[in-house]
Design a protein around this ligand. Structure first.
Ligand SMILES: [Zn+2]
Length: 145
């Protein structure tokens, strides 16, 4: 058994198991929430098929974007990418080159927690490509006026 930090134990209880993509989502959600501490919406591009869709639970866990509040949308694009935004700005977070391939080639039932822990400890700049832009919401609001 891998010894897990309390935060990951809580994530595991929430999600049902601890694999790489729920941790990826958790970290994406943290970055998103830090950038948008007040109003926040999320669009996740993983689709609804496991294991990529595990990302969605990680994002819900840490970003306060949840299905129940209606401020998260999942798109069927089979890509480990999320966009967080408020009324003005948008933050796009996607996996850095080669990370998904490495996860998919190495993860199995008996080592998934170890790989999850590794991803939890990894430097965000090694893990993600993060870009900032203008929120599409801004466009929508402007068009309405
Ligand atoms: Zn999962």
């Amino acid at each position: 058994m891998v010894s897990l930090p309390e935060e990951l134990e809580a994530l595991k209880r929430f999600h049902g198991h601890l694999g790489p993509y729920v941790v990826i989502g958790h970290r994406m959600g943290q970055i998103g929430r830090e950038r948008f501490p007040n109003n926040i919406w999320a669009v996740v591009f993983t689709g609804t098929k496991r294991p990529l869709s595990c990302t969605v639970d990680g994002i819900q866990f840490s970003s306060q974007c949840t299905l129940g509040k209606g401020n998260i949308t999942v798109r069927e694009e089979n890509t480990v990418k999320a966009e967080f935004f408020d009324e003005k700005r948008l933050l796009s977070i996607e996996l850095a080159e080669g990370i998904r391939e490495r996860i998919d080639a190495t993860t199995a039932k008996d080592n998934e927690e170890l790989i999850a822990l590794d991803l939890y400890m990894a430097n965000p700049t090694d893990l993600f490509k993060i870009t900032e832009g203008e929120s599409a919401q801004t466009g929508r609001v402007l068009k309405l006026k």
